[in-house]
Design a protein around this ligand. Structure first.
Ligand SMILES: *Cc1c(COP(=O)(O)O)cnc(C)c1O
Length: 350
């Protein structure tokens, strides 16, 4: 603490991101980045932006990118909000849509940024336990609330909630915003974006960090009724009018337009996830069914923390959360076939 801090800063419990190691040559399976690069067309579009025009501010509303997202999903640009990573979009949603009397509801095992935003914005919340199979039970959310948020597929479990069940949750809370964080939806789920016209209380967020391999560019977006989008715009324009720079806007739009490349990368990851799951199971791991670009695995006889530490010594990093209920699990990002093989080889030797 310092006497110069605003008082609340001392009470913040900030998010701890997965390690971004400074040493090269590691097999990095800890933060769910894509093992494949972004679309070559996105790279070319970003290179084309590196001109004297960088002296000019970017388009504050990111219209070209909003149109690309809208075209892809068959919706209107005024149903799309774009921001500096979906983390920033989520932050705006917490501040603009979740500050109410009743508590915000989210699963006890979920994206650990949610309680951090609650702390930052003074939002009361209740963590609802997942069932024994780490699944979200829709009926648990049918109660008084000031909003509901969950990732689908959930992180770090990878479990997917069927769209009918998402709809059940939406229908039971028509007077509060239900935010579906679809950071991993492209790896095997059906997006709830198809429901936004029927549910004005639905906000869906997505990111270009995972399935479009642009984690380093920082681009995310939200989709929903124009009234919800307007709340996010109002916050954004009271915070930072230009969250996305010229390079990011051009690269993200081109990545969205390159549907073939996107689909190919996703299917490669999905295929590798199947192989990785079978190989982990052959080594005695229990692996939850995953619809994401990672798997969540535990071994009945091996301590997860010790396994993660031993892998680290061999240059392979996976994510281990020292958290109740999941302290014996490892979250392993699906890498290239070669990276996955290196992981399996290392585990065999442990
Ligand atoms: C990765 C992730 C995000 C954040 O994505 P960015 O766009 O990189 O900020 C949001 N939610 C979940 C569940 C994630 O795993």
């Amino acid at each position: 603490m310092s006497k110069f801090w605003s008082r609340f800063v001392n009470d913040l419990v900030p998010y701890v991101p997965g390690e971004q190691p400074k040493v090269a040559r590691l097999v990095k399976l800890n933060t769910n980045e894509s093992p494949y690069g972004p679309s070559p067309k996105a790279i070319a579009a970003m290179q084309a932006e590196l001109t004297d025009d960088l002296r000019l501010y970017p388009d504050p509303s990111g219209d070209r990118l909003r149109q690309s997202v809208a075209r892809y999903y068959g919706i209107e640009a005024n149903e799309v909000f774009v921001g500096n990573g979906s983390d920033e979009v989520l932050a705006h949603a917490f501040q603009g849509l979740f500050q109410h009397e009743a508590p915000l509801l989210f699963p006890d095992i979920s994206y650990s940024f949610y309680p951090v935003y609650c702390g930052l914005y003074g939002i009361d919340y209740e963590a609802i336990p997942l069932d024994e199979s780490f699944a979200i039970r829709a009926s648990d959310y049918a109660r008084a609330n000031g909003g509901i948020i969950f990732p689908n597929p959930n992180a770090p479990t990878g479990r997917l909630l069927a769209l009918e069940v998402v709809e059940e949750i939406l229908a039971a809370s028509p007077d509060s915003v239900v935010l579906v964080d679809e950071a991993y939806i492209d790896f095997g789920g059906q997006s709830a974006i198809s429901l936004i016209r029927r549910y004005p209380n639905l906000l869906v967020t997505q990111t270009l960090s995972k399935s479009r391999a642009l984690a380093g560019l920082r681009v995310g977006f939200a989709v929903g009724h124009p009234d919800l989008i307007e709340a996010l715009e109002r916050i954004k324009n009271s915070f930072n009018s230009y969250p996305l720079d010229r390079v990011a806007l051009a690269g993200a739009a081109a990545a969205f337009d390159d549907v073939d490349y996107f689909e190919q990368s996703c299917s490669k990851v999905i295929d590798s996830r199947g192989v990785l799951t079978r190989e982990l199971e052959a080594l005695g791991f229990d692996v939850l069914p995953s619809a994401a670009n990672f798997v969540f695995a535990s071994h009945p006889k091996r301590d997860a923390g010790a396994l993660a530490a031993s892998l680290r010594e061999q240059g392979i990093i996976v994510r281990h959360f020292k958290q109740p209920r999941i302290a014996q699990h490892l979250r392993i990002t699906v890498g290239t076939p070669e990276q996955n093989a290196a992981l399996i080889e290392a585990l065999r030797g442990l």
